[in-house]
Design a protein around this ligand. Structure first.
Ligand code: XIL
Length: 314
């Protein structure tokens, strides 16, 4: 029977899942992970706290494990993520930085990590979650110390370290046209005009049934395509208020299908990644208490209506 990856490939797209190192000892889990998907994203293993736990001391054990697994299963890897305000090591957040000092730290982090994975990844989420909901820059340590130019610098440094990997900006709540996605549109246009190496924009697509479906997704993807950029749905899940009911699972299935339709309708939407594939390992219950059931496979690794809806849509 054709897998989600097989079905996506018929459209020239990939279909991926996030995964995380602790899950890789779960054999029934890794069997589906290796079979059904042609791309994986490390859920945590390539983040700054994991890769540079002490200043200048790098540890690529977790990320390497994911890359080796992907290679064994003939999967691409989306690298996630180089510059983000969250999950930073204590040595970085625990002090005040001079601009020159932080710029050197950022450049070294990006280039050491990108060089380590050079030639092994399909794409990098270079900067993650740079904007607030209203389209203003998020006041991260990088923005506050270096100004908005840190984004162009990060992309240029990453490009120097790996000339071929695709370089992305990535964020949530940018699926619909609105202030936050407009900020990305404007920034992406400026970066392209300045010759900054940006290849794509990643739409995380952490959706929630209670907030409504982003009906402008397809038009939004298309306007980024028209800038000459790839787009991708990078962290898809559709959470709901628990308990899950048959009705909610049916609506969720429709949303997964609608997102797939939107991506397939836009030529440069290159692929879809779900943020892990099973409710057993979803990040949602820990972060949104009372919510969950967000993924196409349930906690017993049994396919849900969303899985069959994806198959039909692909
Ligand atoms: C999440 C991981 O899945 C969790 O295991 C971790 O505890 C927190 O981060 N947006 C992102 C991802 O870009 O890196 C986040 O991943 C989910 C939200």
């Amino acid at each position: 029977k054709a897998t989600l990856a097989d079905l996506a490939q018929r459209h020239g797209r990939y279909f991926g899942s996030a995964t995380d190192n602790p899950e890789l000892t779960d054999v029934p889990y890794t069997k589906i992970l290796g079979h059904e998907f042609d791309s994986i994203t490390p859920g945590n293993g390539m983040k700054w706290y994991a890769t540079e736990p002490q200043q200048g001391v790098f540890d690529f054990t977790a990320g390497d494990e994911i890359v080796n697994l992907a290679r064994a299963n003939h999967q691409k890897v989306r690298g996630h993520t180089l510059v983000w305000h969250s999950q930073l090591p204590d040595w970085l957040t625990g002090k005040e930085w001079e601009a020159d000092e932080l710029r050197a730290v950022l450049k070294n982090h990006i280039q050491t990590e990108v060089r380590h994975y050079r030639g092994k990844l399909y794409a990098w989420d270079v900067v993650n979650e740079a904007f607030n909901e209203d389209g203003t820059y998020r006041e991260t340590v990088f923005y506050k110390t270096l100004g908005p130019g840190y984004i162009a610098d990060a992309l240029r440094w990453a490009r120097q370290a790996d000339p071929r990997v695709k370089l992305y900006l990535n964020d949530y709540n940018i699926e619909a046209i609105g202030p936050k996605s407009d900020a990305y549109y404007k920034l992406a246009k400026e970066l392209k005009a300045q010759g900054v190496p940006l290849d794509g924009v990643g739409f995380q697509a952490h959706l929630a049934l209670q907030y409504g479906y982003p009906t402008t997704l397809e038009d939004n993807l298309r306007r980024f395509s028209r800038l000459g950029l790839d787009t991708a749905l990078t962290e898809v899940d559709v959470r709901m208020l628990l308990p899950a009911t048959e009705e909610k699972l049916a609506e969720q299935a429709q949303w997964y299908a609608d997102m797939t339709d939107a991506c397939l309708a836009v030529r440069r939407c290159v692929g879809i990644t779900i943020w892990d594939y099973t409710d057993k390992y979803s990040w949602i219950p820990a972060v949104f208490p009372g919510e969950g059931a967000a993924l196409p496979w349930d906690e017993q690794l049994k396919p849900k209506p969303a899985y069959f809806a994806l198959r039909n849509a692909l």
